[in-house]
Design a protein around this ligand. Structure first.
Ligand code: HEC
Length: 152
């Protein structure tokens, strides 16, 4: 019975990030590892956390572009998004380890804007925290997120 329950939880986890952006990523990738291979939720009706994540990924792309142009991303243009307060597709992700990952991500995010030097390195540290959480909770977008890392 416990085994069956575990399978169920794993299935839920894998279904946790279904969405259009996600689908595109999967189509564009040859990876078979994804969290929306079999979405159990309506992908056209994404939950607030999925929407915030898309916004965060777009912002991260913009921040990277600015850094590569030698500009300095402004914290006013890229405010921290408190994604951990809103409803996720799969509520079972809301466990202590998830919030700890969120805390470490927020810390790296704030450090990035606070520090004047090593902007690219600090930006990569932020993306590293995205990756850390996604290795535990939702590996579908990992390929896309890894591409945000700046080659130094
Ligand atoms: C603390 C954990 C955590 C952190 C940190 C995190 N994510 Fe996520 N991410 C998630 C979870 C959980 C989902 C699934 C959300 C849902 O489906 O409601 C998700 C979903 C996504 C998605 C798919 C959204 C969709 O279309 O369904 C993308 C893209 C994404 N994250 C990118 C990022 C990027 C880029 C960062 C860093 C800037 C980041 N994430 C940081 C946990 C995290």
């Amino acid at each position: 019975m416990k085994f069956v329950l575990n399978i169920f939880i794993v299935a839920l986890l894998f279904a946790s990030c279904s969405g259009n952006a996600e689908k595109k990523i999967i189509q564009a990738s040859d990876s078979t590892k994804s969290c929306s291979a079999k979405p159990i939720k309506d992908p056209n009706n994404p939950k607030p956390m999925a929407l915030m994540m898309r916004h965060m990924a777009d912002n991260a792309d913009s921040m990277k572009a600015e850094l590569l142009r030698g500009e300095n991303p402004d914290s006013v243009a890229f405010p921290f998004v408190r994604f951990y307060l809103v409803e996720p597709t799969d509520p079972s992700v809301l466990e202590p380890k998830f919030f700890e990952n969120a805390r470490l991500f927020q810390q790296a995010y704030n450090d990035f804007f606070r520090q004047k030097d090593h902007k690219k390195e600090n930006f990569n540290a932020v993306i590293g925290k995205c990756i850390n959480c996604h290795e535990s909770y939702c590996n579908g977008p990992l390929k896309r997120i890894r591409k945000i890392v700046i080659d130094i």
